[in-house]
Design a protein around this ligand. Structure first.
Ligand code: PBG
Length: 325
């Protein structure tokens, strides 16, 4: 048959497929989330997220050492806080003896070549389990900002390289930017959780940290999963307020949002491939229904193809193991 265009010519061999590949996902783009707990010798697997653990600092140093060997050097850290240290004002988040801040210091000392991203939100430290301050049953916005900014300064002082507010309070990027600037952290970037949805897929994460809200849900601050244009409002505000990255979270069920953000904004776009999204695939693979080594990179590629420059994923270490840096 005479045919001028034969698209299969560009798929004919492995080497040709390499030349015509449109999305080149690399370990360099990946950020690996790690859960921390105070203590020693702790490495507890999270039952709803197999292969992921709650580490004490000594153990996380070993884990990070292994990751660096694999070419993976970027991490986002989350603390599990003892119940008795939680209070309504999340004061432990900026306390002198906060082990999360101490962990960052120790990691940076042992591995200066790492990049550490913090999480700014009240939930791990709040006796109410909400990201902002609860007053008379309502999550109040402006009163939360002062607490969040104190947390951000403490994290920058501890050596975190990027500050990542995940709380979804209005005006927090500007407030935190001002606070950082006034404390001589003008060079510390903010990775804003710009379009963070009120998603059911944070379940394993909240198991990992015991950080679920004690009452109610997060729908008055996290976005409605049905909304797309609203992400543009958040993106415009975060850009105007001085964010250095715009994040979409979750990732897989929000590929259209990632794509839209990439089209509309010039800032780097990050996507958080959240715990529940990873857990789904792990569960199917454990049942033998899907092949992990093939499905995992396909999933991460879809997030990159949608437009994410940075991907935060619990699969980062496995990807690095399979593909190197
Ligand atoms: C805290 C925070 C959450 C996640 C990241 N930061 C949970 C939440 O908002 O309830 C979820 C990450 C994941 O599920 O992997 N504000």
């Amino acid at each position: 048959m005479l045919m001028l265009r034969r698209p299969r010519r560009n798929r004919n061999s492995k080497l040709i497929r390499e030349l015509t590949c449109e999305t080149r996902l690399s370990t360099e783009q990946l950020v690996y989330p790690l859960f921390l707990e105070n203590g020693e010798g702790i490495k507890k697997e999270i039952s709803s997220l197999p292969g992921n653990f709650r580490f004490s600092v000594d153990q996380v140093l070993e884990e990070i050492g292994e990751c660096i060997e694999l070419g993976l050097a970027k991490f986002i850290l989350f603390p599990a806080i003892a119940e008795e240290l939680k209070d309504e004002l999340a004061t432990h988040s900026f306390a002198e003896d906060n082990f999360y801040l101490e962990a960052a210091r120790q990691i940076k000392q042992a591995f200066p070549e790492t990049l550490l991203i913090s999480d700014v939100a009240m939930d791990p430290y709040s006796s109410d389990g909400h990201d902002g301050l609860v007053l008379d049953g309502r999550i109040v916005n402006d009163e939360s900002l002062l607490i969040l900014s104190r947390m951000a300064i403490a994290q920058a002082q501890a050596g975190f390289d990027i500050i990542a507010p995940s709380d979804m309070m209005d005006g927090r990027v500007e407030f935190i930017r001002d606070a950082l600037d006034q404390n001589e952290f003008t060079e510390t970037p903010i990775m804003s959780y710009t379009a963070k949805y009120a998603s059911a897929y944070y379940g394993p994460f909240r198991d990992a940290l015991d950080s679920a809200p004690k009452e109610g849900d997060k729908k008055t601050y996290q976005m409605n999963p049905a909304n797309k244009r609203e992400a543009l409002i958040e993106g415009e505000l975060d850009t105007a307020e001085g964010a250095d990255y715009l994040m979409v979270k979750p990732a897989l069920h929000y590929l259209d949002i990632i794509h839209q953000m990439k089209e509309h904004f010039e800032l780097p776009i990050a996507a958080y491939h959240v715990s529940g999204e990873c857990a789904m695939l792990i569960a199917a693979c454990e049942k033998g229904w899907l092949d992990y080594d093939q499905a995992m990179p396909e999933v991460l590629n879809s997030i990159a193809r949608a437009g994410a420059d940075v991907i935060i994923t619990y699969f980062a270490k496995d990807f690095a193991r399979q593909f190197g840096s």
